[in-house]
Design a protein around this ligand. Structure first.
Ligand SMILES: NC(=O)c1ccc[n+]([C@@H]2O[C@H](COP(=O)([O-])OP(=O)(O)OC[C@H]3O[C@@H](n4cnc5c(N)ncnc54)[C@H](OP(=O)(O)O)[C@@H]3O)[C@@H](O)[C@H]2O)c1
Length: 333
């Protein structure tokens, strides 16, 4: 088929499954654009391949398996990305594995491998981009493939697309609330005067916290997003150059803020001189970021033309899956 595109979905957890379900729900619409076939699905324990593509029914059945469940299927194979590529030759590689900010793995090798096999890449995993943005973009250019990553920063709000659309502006600074977990925690602390540990438990209870709390609380997640935004603006910075001050707020700090009409927010920032940091900041109530509460995200972008503030959802499960699908559609059009 002229317009056929084969997809491999690597990482089949929360986002992977939501994305695959979304594909089946939108299959009618997608058919108008191209014949999209999921030919491979992989989790940490195994993979299933089908060169002709899984039917919508088969995909839904896969989504119903327990976590790490692909290996339980009789036709499953040990996870082996080289074998996957040689058997089903995907055109689009969708990388939805967990973020590891030390090594970037497994996402980094998977993405490099995909590009070397001339597959377009769509990733919600921030770590490979935060660690190797320019190398990956150069490699993609050389191999004439695209990398879609709009889900990596403020997924529910098209921030990256907006930044790419104002190329004639000079962006002088970005200050943002980029992590839903810590913003939710701080909001709870200000509104209910509960200690930080309790606020974290509440964030975990509603399922927004990263499995490893350090990713949220030590600023890794926000720092990775700042690195990606900086690179989108063609200013190369490295994750290790983002100064991270962990979030550590006592109730006495909150009480002092309340007395002075301030709010503590966990802010990720990029400044004109190249300084990049993530740290808790006391903001005046008049600051547009001060009223951004709960799981909402926001960025204040200072430009030579004026200030732009975007407020909206970060990347929940459903938002992220939609972003991934939009990137898939974007790379194949
Ligand atoms: N959740 C969100 O709202 C959100 C928003 C934006 C971006 N993201 C990013 O999207 C990615 C996926 O998030 P998630 O919430 O779906 O995570 P998740 O539920 O933990 O799922 C991760 C999946 O990756 C699989 N995996 C782990 N190591 C692997 C390996 N070596 N090879 C192949 N698969 C492997 C896991 O396998 P098992 O099933 O066997 O454990 C699991 O299926 C992460 O990088 C995350 O930071 C998430």
């Amino acid at each position: 088929l002229l317009n056929e595109r084969k997809i491999a979905v690597i990482g089949f957890g929360s986002i992977g499954r939501t994305f695959v379900r979304l594909l089946t729900e939108k299959s009618h619409y997608i058919k108008k654009l191209a014949e999209l076939r999921v030919v491979a699905v992989a989790d940490s324990k195994g993979m299933v391949l089908k060169p002709s593509g899984f039917s919508d029914y088969e995909l839904i059945k896969l989504c119903e398996l327990p976590r790490s469940g692909l290996r339980s299927l009789p036709e499953s194979l040990d996870l082996d990305i080289d074998l996957l590529y040689s058997k089903v030759q995907p055109d689009i590689h969708v990388e939805l594995t967990p973020a590891n900010y030390e090594t970037g793995e497994p996402g980094l090798s998977n993405i490099v491998n995909a590009i070397n096999n001339h597959a377009h890449v769509v990733t919600a995993n921030k770590a490979p981009l935060a660690l190797r943005f320019s190398e990956l973009m150069d490699l993609a250019r050389k191999n004439e493939v695209k990398i879609g990553f709009r889900s990596t920063v403020m997924g529910g709000t098209p921030l990256i697309d907006m930044l790419l659309s104002i190329r004639s502006y000079s962006v002088e600074s970005i200050h943002g609330i980029l992590n839903a977990t810590t913003n939710f925690m701080l909001t709870e602390m200000h509104e209910k005067l509960i200690p930080m540990e309790e606020a974290l438990r509440r964030a975990q209870a509603i399922g927004i916290a990263e499995r490893d709390p350090r990713l949220d609380l030590d600023g890794w997640d926000s720092a990775a997003k700042i690195v990606i935004l900086s690179n989108v603006l063609r200013r190369e910075i490295k994750l290790q150059n983002v100064i991270r001050e962990p979030l550590k707020v006592e109730l006495s700090d909150i009480a002092e803020c309340l007395r002075n009409n301030n709010v503590i927010k966990y802010v990720g920032a990029l400044e004109l001189d190249g300084k990049a940091y993530v740290k808790p900041m006391k903001l005046s109530r008049r600051d547009p970021l001060a009223g951004v509460d709960g799981t909402l995200n926001a960025v204040r972008i200072g430009t030579t033309i004026g200030e732009i503030t975007l407020v909206g959802k970060g990347g929940g499960r459903v938002e992220t899956a939609h972003n991934v699908l939009d990137d898939v559609i974007g790379v194949m059009l």
